[in-house]
Design a protein around this ligand. Structure first.
Ligand code: AP5
Ligand code: MG
Length: 189
């Protein structure tokens, strides 16, 4: 079961993938987390920080090898919850190609839909609690803009394949979890 999670910043991708990873016993692959972990550890990590702390996409030459390395591990072959990847149509095509080589494909795409005002509110609260480096005002606006320009077209890419499940992400985390489980079950996943 290869499930892709798409949603704007703050829509709950990480929150939901964490819970679903426990429920289904599938690994949670968050490219944002992978990139954040490289920060400050090498000159390449500093380069990563220069993109993500401003809310800009990290370049593919940094992101794609990280994803490929994981997908080639046995733990990920049985299935994976993709959080924040793919984020561009190019990345979506790359993922399809890579999964095809493994004799697999994307099973479903979970689109977490949340109004912009709610997103900004959630991220401002998180900024106060956790201080994530990209949760400053300009970083939030930049991530939202990049989401609209680069990631929304990914939804069209997957809609054409009939893979998208729209989830009301404004509900409580438990309610959102239940909606996703129902959708996946009705697809036979
Ligand atoms: P990434 O880490 O993916 O960040 P993001 O997309 O901006 O999303 P967030 O992690 O902020 O939000 P989320 O949807 O996970 O929501 P969460 O569960 O945390 O990416 C960071 C950066 O890395 C990117 O900007 C880019 O620079 C780079 N990057 C990553 N992937 C890349 C790629 N593929 N290519 C290139 N660059 C890439 O929830 C948010 C808050 O809301 C939390 O406080 C949570 O407790 C709360 N919350 C969650 N659900 C609910 C709910 N239902 N009701 C109320 N509150 C809720
Ligand atoms: Mg996240």
């Amino acid at each position: 079961m290869q499930i892709v999670f798409i949603g704007p910043p703050g829509s709950g991708k990480g929150t939901q993938c964490e819970q679903l990873s426990l429920r289904y016993g599938l690994p949670h692959l968050s490219t944002g987390e992978l990139l954040r972990r490289t920060k400050g550890k090498s000159p390449l990590g500093d380069l990563v920080a220069s993109y993500i702390d401003r809310g800009c996409l990290a370049p593919d030459f940094l992101v794609l090898p990280l994803v490929m390395r994981l997908l080639d591990q046995d733990d990920f072959r049985a299935g994976c919850l993709f959080d924040g990847f793919p984020r561009t149509v190019f990345q979506a095509e790359f993922l399809s190609h890579h999964l095809q080589e493994m004799g697999q494909g994307v099973t479903a795409v979970v689109y977490l839909k949340v109004d912009e005002a709610d997103l900004v509110d959630r991220l401002r609260k998180r900024a106060m609690l956790e201080g994530r480096a990209d949760d400053h005002r300009q970083g939030i606006l930049q991530r939202l803009e990049i989401y609209r320009q680069r990631t929304e077209p990914v939804l069209d890419f997957y809609r054409a394949a009939g893979l998208v499940e729209v989830i009301d992400g404004a509900k409580s985390p438990n309610d959102v979890h239940a909606q996703i489980v129902d959708c996946l079950a009705s697809r036979g996943s």
